[in-house]
Design a protein around this ligand. Structure first.
Ligand code: RTP
Ligand code: MG
Length: 139
């Protein structure tokens, strides 16, 4: 059974391009509630830990450099079937392959600078939310 929470980040490219408001609007219009949110600039060590799951992939060091290139918005979101529903809303990793109307199709520039992160499983949503937020930062 799926849980009703997922974790997202609005990545440095989308923040720098002025899309925080538009992306949050799309997320809320799709029926997600914001349970926790913060605006932060990750250190290299924080981004490296967050993406440790990808450390053997060829793009790992570029990904860490990109994710520390500017501030991000991190959030825990709630909706029925949240993980799958959110990945449908954001579209494919590569924005040229993302379905029309999805967040990545509208706001992303490249396979790496792809505007948003979305957890890929309930277990990872829990781990990723816990990485950023204490129990006192969730509402
Ligand atoms: P995310 O974790 O950010 O929601 O993205 P995803 O599941 O669609 O893609 P994933 O395979 O988990 O990759 C994580 C992030 O790494 C960057 N990436 N770069 N240069 C490349 O070939 C490449 N492939 C992936 C992207 O920023 C991707 O979102
Ligand atoms: Mg992923």
């Amino acid at each position: 059974m799926s849980t009703n929470k997922t974790f997202t980040m609005i990545k440095p490219d989308a923040v720098a391009n002025g899309y925080i408001g538009a992306i949050l609007n799309d997320i809320i219009k799709d029926g997600f509630q914001i349970k926790a949110m913060k605006y932060i600039h990750l250190t290299e060590s924080e981004a490296g830990s967050f993406y440790a799951i990808h450390k053997d992939r060829p793009f790992y060091s570029e990904l860490v450099a990109f994710m520390t290139s500017g501030p991000i918005v991190a959030a825990i979101l709630e909706k029925d079937n949240a993980v799958e529903s959110f990945r449908t809303l954001i579209g494919a990793t590569d924005p040229t392959k993302a379905a029309e109307g999805t967040i990545r199709s509208k706001y992303a520039n490249s396979i790496e600078a792809n505007a948003v992160h979305g957890s890929d499983s309930d277990a990872n949503a829990e781990i990723e939310g816990n990485f950023f937020f204490s129990q006192f930062e969730r509402f």
